[in-house]
Design a protein around this ligand. Structure first.
Ligand SMILES: [Zn+2]
Length: 375
């Protein structure tokens, strides 16, 4: 197994300004670190190096996405606004998305890095890949940056795979703890791109990611939301992967699976309320690899999204990349004994109810429509 790795130091130079978590500093809010700061991602990258794993990964150099590529989803006025603000002193891309000078180019490098990973897989340079890009992308809208996201990295990578590389079907599995509203919007009426989001119910964006939101027109049944109750842990996530994501992917038979890989469902995350530990992330990765092997020769690209625990994201991320590469470094997650042993890690009845609703969407809305797809 060869695993590609996308990283660039410039990703860390995207400046999200002073804040308390996600609230901008000012007035009674003392300036502190923004939740989406370089530290978490840098520490993830550093653990991959220190563990020795980095030596076994194939470095995929990221390129900047072109304006034309970004315009597949975003409107010209928005792209122009970001470019102008970035060339001056920075600003806010819309909702909760502060950025400093030069972030336009960095955001292009993030979107382009995900496309580089897609190209490396389709060219057969690597079997699967992890793109540790920044800023994240899955909340971005055509005309608006949202939730720390400027451009729709993962969704744009899917468009690249379809429009440039000629793939007929692509799937996006978003396991970031927040709803993947950007991809949902991009492919709402498009059955070629199956979008599945596992997220904390009723959280961010507000009023987004309901289980009954399943796409429209030709795309009906091809958008699947699994809004999990706060407090969901390994049991709920593994069950959702096995019972909803796997059958949906088997039905759709994508030629490439993209993962919007936010690691903020981790048990220590300051911006969410889930309990996933590194062993669960490893198992979730294995489930996706198995179904990818079955439907698309193992083609799996993970594009990094959120994840805000500086302490825990590195260990969850290492578990994912170890599994992708099939290499065990021997580094032990020092948090696992604790989080693996806390109560309520197993699937709870109220979590099971939500998963059962999403299962029904797959069976009743997706399966009848995919059975007609010509293969
Ligand atoms: Zn998130």
């Amino acid at each position: 197994m060869t695993t590609g790795w996308v990283w660039h130091e410039r990703y860390m130079w995207h400046d999200t300004r002073h804040a308390a978590g996600f609230v901008p500093a000012g007035g009674v809010v003392e300036p502190g670190e923004h939740a989406e700061n370089p530290g978490t991602k840098r520490r993830f990258r550093n653990l991959v190096e220190v563990s020795g794993l980095l030596d076994h990964l194939v470095h995929i150099p990221p390129r900047m996405a072109t304006e034309e590529e970004i315009l597949r989803f975003h409107i010209p006025e928005y792209v122009e606004r970001i470019k102008t603000l970035s060339s001056e002193n920075g600003g806010d891309a819309g909702e909760l998305t502060p950025f400093g000078p030069g972030s336009y180019e960095i955001a292009l490098l993030a979107a382009g890095g995900c496309m580089s990973a897609v190209d490396a897989i389709i060219d057969g340079t690597v079997d699967n890949a992890y793109a540790l890009v920044r800023p994240p992308g899955h909340h971005a809208e055509p005309d608006l940056g949202r939730g720390f996201c400027i451009f729709l990295n993962t969704g744009l990578a899917a468009m690249h795979a379809r429009e440039v590389r000629g793939l007929e079907r692509v799937a996006i599995v978003d396991w970031d703890v927040h709803h993947g509203n950007g991809a949902q919007k991009a492919f709402w009426r498009d059955p070629a791109v199956l979008t599945i989001s596992l997220h904390q119910a009723g959280y961010y964006p507000p009023d987004s990611g309901h289980v009954e939101d399943m796409g429209e027109g030709e795309g009906e049944g091809f958008n699947i939301n699994v809004p999990l109750p706060p407090g969901s842990g390994a049991g709920a996530y593994v069950a959702a992967l096995e019972r909803v994501v796997t059958p949906a992917l088997r039905a759709h038979r994508p030629e490439l699976i993209l993962v919007a890989s936010g690691l903020d469902a981790n048990a220590m995350d300051p911006l969410a309320h889930m309990m996933v530990h590194s062993a669960a992330y490893k198992q979730m990765t294995r489930i996706l690899m198995d179904v990818a092997e079955e439907v698309c020769e193992g083609r799996l690209v993970m594009c990094h999204e959120g994840g805000y625990s500086a302490g825990y994201v590195p260990f969850c991320g290492l578990a994912v990349v170890e599994e992708l590469s099939g290499i065990t470094t021997g580094v032990e997650d020092p948090f696992l004994e604790f989080f693996g042993g806390v109560e309520y890690q197993e699937l709870q009845p109220h979590q099971n109810e939500v998963i059962a609703l999403a299962e029904a969407i797959v069976t009743e809305a997706l399966l009848p429509r995919t059975s007609k797809i010509q293969r």
